[in-house]
Design a protein. Sequence first.
Length: 134
Amino acid sequence: MQAEYESLTMAATTKIKITAGRVSLAAALNDSDTASRIIRALPITASANRWGNEIYFTVAVTAGAENPKAVVAMGDLAYWPPGRAFCIFFGPTPASEGDDIRPASPVNVVGQVTGDATALRQVQDGEPVRIELA
């Protein structure tokens, strides 16, 4: 039974590679509608914007709210509908309270970094970011 569950879980994700500045991380996108739209837009290249321990950048994807979250987890990948932006969370943001990780407003969680997301703390504003299939 566990093997069947793991098989279904693996089938429901798409592996991607995120390169930001000199940092390269493995990640996986979930099977949400928003993630599917992002997958169709790959590869994505942009310039990093930092907001606390978040990197975000505009993407050529339009999606509405899909089970939006006001608090996210370390390493979550998300889409921010108001800004049409892809977000990578690796710690507290200026909107955080205590140790929680809060986006500027609710986001659609579309995946998760599978490595050490805190490595992204090295990335500065304006550095190149690329998201591609792994």
